[in-house]
Design a protein around this ligand. Structure first.
Ligand code: ADP
Length: 301
C-alpha cells in the first residue's frame, strides 16, 4: 500500500515509528508536511500538490495534525477525503476533538461518564458556576491549554473565585470541573484503534502534583483495564467519530470519567510503557480497512 503520514516533522518519534512499522510490512510510507501542501479544489479533478507534484495513488493517509495547525491540517485531510482516499481519522472528527468543550458535550450526549463540568466565558455569576460543580475543591481549565498548562486546582470556593476572576480578566474560555480527588493524581490513557483498546497506561503525577502529564514530570506504566474502562474508551472514540484515539480518563468513585479524547495521540509514552507495537497495530488496521471511497462521517454535530 501507499500510505502518507501527514506530519510536520519526520524526526518525531510517532512519525518515525509509523514509517518504520509500515515499511516493515512492505508499504510505501512517505512523510508529507501538510503545511507545505497546496490544493486544487475543483470538482473534476481535485488534487493535493506537494513539492511541485500532485499526490496520487495513495491508499490511505495517517494525519498527525499539530494542535496549533488544526485549520490548515484538516483542510488538507478533507481534500484527500474529497479525492476518495481513506484517512485513519477523518477531518471532521479531528476538528471536533480539538475543542474540549465540544468533546465533553458530545460525550455527555453519548452517555459517557464525565466529571461534573461547568462552562463559562465571562460570567458575572461566578458563585453560580462554582455551585454547578458542587463547590471547592475544583479544577479550572483554560480551554486552549495542552500538556497540563492552564489546569489549576482551587481548594476552596474563595480560591476558585479568585482564579476564575483572573482568567475572566484575560478574556479566556474556561471549564470548571469537579475535582476527582480519589484519582490520586493519576489518570489512564487508553489507546483505541478501530473498535478496540490496543494499549493502555496509567500516568501518575510527580509527588504533590495532581496533574499526571508526562510533560509535568508524571511517570507512566502499563495497566490492565477494567471491562468498564475498556468499554468507556471505545464508546468515547466512537462517539467522537475517531478510529484512532487516545482517551484519557480518571477513576472516580462512580466509575471511569473521561477528561479528553485526543485525535493524534503520541506513540512514545504508550509504546515505551507497554512495549506494545502501537504503530504496527495502526498499520494493520489500515491494511484491513482502507478502501477507496470508504470515508464517511455520519456524525451530525
Ligand atoms: P491537558 O489537556 O492540558 O493535559 P487535562 O484536562 O488532561 O489537560 O488535565 C491535566 C491533568 O490534570 C490530567 O491528566 C489529570 O491528571 C489532572 N486532572 C484534570 N482534570 C481533573 C479533575 N477534574 N480531577 C482530578 N484531576 C484532574
Amino acid at each position: 500500500m501507499k500510505i502518507a503520514v501527514l506530519s510536520q516533522d519526520s524526526s518525531l518519534y510517532s512519525t518515525k515509528r509509523l514509517v518504520e512499522a509500515g515499511e516493515a510490512r512492505g508499504h510505501q510510507m512517505p512523510v508529507i508536511n501538510y503545511l507545505r501542501c497546496y490544493m486544487n479544489i475543483a470538482s473534476q479533478k481535485p488534487s493535493v500538490i506537494y513539492q511541485g507534484k500532485p499526490l496520487e495513488n495513495f491508499d490511505a493517509i495517517i494525519p498527525r495534525i499539530g494542535a496549533s495547525r488544526t485549520f490548515y491540517g484538516t483542510a488538507v485531510v478533507r481534500q484527500f477525503e474529497v479525492m476518495g482516499v481513506f484517512s485513519a481519522n477523518e477531518s471532521q472528527a479531528i476538528a471536533r476533538s480539538r475543542d474540549k468543550l465540544r468533546c465533553l458535550q458530545i460525550l455527555a450526549r453519548a452517555g459517557v461518564g464525565l466529571p461534573v463540568t461547568g462552562f463559562a466565558h465571562a460570567t458575572k455569576d461566578i458563585d453560580g458556576l462554582i455551585d454547578i460543580v458542587g463547590g471547592g475543591p475544583l479544577v479550572i481549565k483554560l480551554l486552549e491549554g495542552t500538556q497540563g498548562i492552564g489546569v489549576v486546582l482551587a481548594e476552596t470556593h474563595q480560591a476558585a473565585k479568585s482564579v476564575i476572576e483572573a482568567f475572566r480578566g484575560l478574556d479566556a474560555n474556561i471549564l470548571v470541573q469537579e475535582f476527582i480527588k480519589e484519582a490520586g493524581g493519576a489518570d489512564t490513557r487508553c489507546f483505541v484503534v478501530g473498535d478496540k483498546v490496543i494499549a493502555s497506561m496509567k500516568r501518575q503525577g510527580a509527588e504533590g502534583e495532581f496533574r499526571s502529564n508526562l510533560h509535568r514530570g508524571g511517570k507512566a506504566e502499563k495497566v490492565k483495564l477494567t471491562p468498564e474502562e475498556r468499554s468507556t474508551a471505545v464508546r468515547s472514540a466512537k462517539a467522537m467519530g475517531l478510529r484512532i484515539a487516545g482517551v484519557d480518563m480518571l477513576s472516580s468513585n462512580r466509575g471511569p470519567v473521561v477528561m479528553e479524547v485526543n485525535s493524534s495521540p503520541g506513540l512514545e509514552g504508550i509504546e515505551k510503557a507497554t512495549e506494545i507495537d502501537v504503530a504496527g497495530k495502526i498499520i494493520e488496521f489500515l491494511e484491513k480497512n482502507a478502501a477507496p471511497g470508504k470515508t464517511r462521517d455520519r456524525i451530525q454535530y
